[in-house]
Ligand binder design. Structure first.
Ligand code: HAS
Length: 559
């Protein structure tokens, strides 16, 4: 497909959707580095530079995993819908979406920055945040819904004009992303609107903690696939083209997207294997569904490997392993390859450890330990993060007509980041198995020689964690230099929209994968099966409601 001129207004919206979270990401990344210092035992206090430990951890998780991802998914969605339908978007709604998301982010950021919402990105009660934090989250989500709903009429019009044609894979992937997001955000909206906002406003004295947690994880697991899906869109539709070849199987891509619609959500209880309010039977059902949700990622692994092999052989690669040499590892013109490939490499380990977590009894060993951040830095900070920062740079260059600055440096950044994540995660995996807790200010306790809780045997894992984390921090500093230098340099041509598009090698015709509707129905049926009994169990359980707490005080707040 060609370079397409797009409406200046849409260009502004997409660029704002990318630049705002990129600026916030500087703070999010700095807060990650602060975590390293606390956990390595370099800082032995509750706060540093006026930022309290849990406040910094909340900013790190909320900016990197919630704000950056949601803004990017919407920006990328606008670009994909515009590019593949070649139809103008509903710009009024796109502006409303942008304004709602921006206002929501600012509303949530103020209490986080002033220490009134140190509740981490999971905002579990009984930790209580200022009401503005919850209202801000609602606006951020509603803004993303508005963008999604505004794409539906554009897609319908495209369908009418292209009767009998397959929906382009990228379009299907973006709709899958937002269907998963819409399903996921309904339970968390119920949690925030009916439980957390009235409680934080003081209208209800206590909150039902197990119910809030179940509603959160009803949202929290599909959330990770909402993060992953835009990266999968890039893998399936851009990576094969970047290697010089074709997507090995169109069927594999469609199957992956549809399967993720069906199985992303009925699995949230795998985050709650230790939850006393839920019976073993339903935990086992969620464990079973979780293993089913790994299938499309395994399919993706083989399909992408075959696609890369095809591309490399087209470029003259030969032999059983010799073709690897023909991949564009450090090709400055096809720099996006390095972002996508490095993420795939990390995902091999993120995927394997995910399957460990999913295995009900193994999870008891690693739950709430440092193992978990190791797992999610190889998933959300692996394929997702690398695809998103690479995707942001790609949209920036194409829409503004600027060349990437410092091309040679740029192409190495993902490998440096990946090396950092591997070292960091190795430390955290080892520490996790040895019982090192997550979400804990180790500098104050276990890594403080002056504390009776001191655990010198965790020094190895801390050393690896700190070295790896520092490498990640340096990689991101370099990325910011490249990104903002690109944004500030002179343009070399008129800005337009141009994306790498892969043709299919096998273009299979599978009627079951042509429409999203049956898969949405399957998703709803599975959700009813997976959640009806657990909610009834919670309704029957008699737990006392909890008053609000702050992270720095074991005594409940009285007002
Ligand atoms: Fe997870 C916890 C299970 C995938 C993110 N996960 C988390 C948390 C996060 C997260 C953020 O069952 C922590 C939440 C919190 O704060 O408490 N996860 C899984 C499983 C998968 C999985 C089974 N997770 C993800 C993805 C995430 C993510 C994706 C973000 C985007 N996870 C769990 C469980 C927990 C959990 C439990 C709770 C544990 C607890 O105790 O709290 C699967 O979907 C993974 C399937 C993936 C694969 C890998 C396929 C490999 C590919 C790469 C191929 C490479 C190629 C290159 C071709 C099977 C596609 C070749 C190159 C060469 C050099 C050879």
């Amino acid at each position: 497909m060609n370079r397409q001129a797009i409406e200046p207004s849409l260009k502004k919206i997409i660029l704002f959707d990318i630049l705002l979270p990129m600026v916030l990401l500087i703070l999010g990344i700095a807060m990650g580095f602060l975590q390293i210092l606390y956990r390595a035992g370099v800082i032995h206090s509750r706060s540093f530079l006026g930022i309290e430990y849990y406040q910094g951890l909340t900013l790190h998780g909320a900016i990197n995993a919630v704000v950056f991802t949601t803004f990017f998914a919407v920006a990328f969605g606008h670009a994909i819908i515009r590019y593949y339908t070649q139809k103008p978007l509903l710009l009024g709604w796109a502006w409303i979406s942008l304004i709602a998301m921006t206002v929501g982010t600012v509303m949530a950021a103020i209490p986080m920055l002033t220490g009134k919402a140190s509740v981490l990105y999971t905002f579990y009660p009984p930790l209580k945040a200022h009401p503005a934090f919850y209202f801000g989250l609602v606006l951020l989500v509603v803004g993303s819904w508005i963008a999604f709903f505004s794409w539906i009429p554009v897609y319908r019009a495209w369908k009418r004009e292209h009767p009998g044609e397959k929906t382009p894979l990228a379009l299907l992937g973006i709709f899958t992303t937002f269907i998963v997001w819409f399903i996921a955000t309904i339970p968390v909206a119920v949690e925030i609107i009916f439980l957390l906002i009235p409680w934080s406003l003081g209208w209800t004295p206590t909150v039902n903690v197990p119910l809030a947690r179940m509603l959160f994880w009803f949202f929290g697991h599909p959330l990770v696939y909402f993060w992953l899906l835009p990266a999968y869109v890039m893998y399936y539709t851009m990576l094969p083209k970047l290697t010089g070849g074709k997507l090995y199987s169109d069927f594999a891509g469609r199957f992956t997207f549809m399967w993720l619609i069906a199985f992303s959500a009925p699995i949230g209880i795998h985050h709650q294997y230790t939850e006393p309010a839920i019976s073993t039977t339903w935990k086992a059902v969620h464990a079973f569904f979780t293993l089913l949700v790994a299938i499309p990622s395994l399919v993706t692994a083989f399909t992408l490997a075959a696609s890369m092999e095809h591309g490399a052989r087209e470029k003259g690669g030969s032999g059983l392993f010799g073709w690897w040499k023909k991949l564009p590892w450090v090709d400055t013109d096809r720099w996006m390859f390095s972002y996508l490939f490095a993420g795939l490499f990390l995902f091999i380990f993120g995927g394997i450890t995910g399957i460990v977590n999913a295995s009900y009894n193994l999870d008891n060993v690693v739950h709430n330990t440092a193992w978990l951040p190791a797992h999610f830095h190889q998933t959300v900070a692996g394929p997702v993060f690398l695809a998103y920062i690479g995707g942001s740079l790609l949209l920036l260059t194409t829409l503004t007509g600027r060349e990437v600055a410092m091309k040679k440096l740029n192409v190495w950044i993902p490998y440096l980041w990946t090396f950092g994540v591997m070292v960091f995660s190795t430390g955290l995996f080892v520490g996790g198995v040895a019982g090192e807790p997550r979400r804990t200010n180790l500098g104050l306790s276990y890594m403080n020689p002056g504390s009776p809780l001191y655990q010198p045997q965790w020094k190895f894992s801390r050393l690896f964690g700190s070295i790896g984390g520092t490498i990640m921090f340096i990689a991101m500093l370099l990325f910011f230099v490249v990104f903002f230098a690109t944004a500030l340099r002179k343009k070399t041509r008129e800005g337009a929209l141009e994306l790498p598009v892969s043709e299919p090698y096998h273009d299979e015709h599978v009627p079951a994968l042509l429409s999203m509707r049956p898969w949405i129905v399957i998703a709803i049926v599975l959700l009813v099966i997976a959640y009806t009994a657990p909610f009834l169990e919670l309704a029957k359980a008699r737990y006392e409601g909890a008053p609000p707490y702050a992270p720095d005080n074991p005594i409940a707040q009285t007002k």
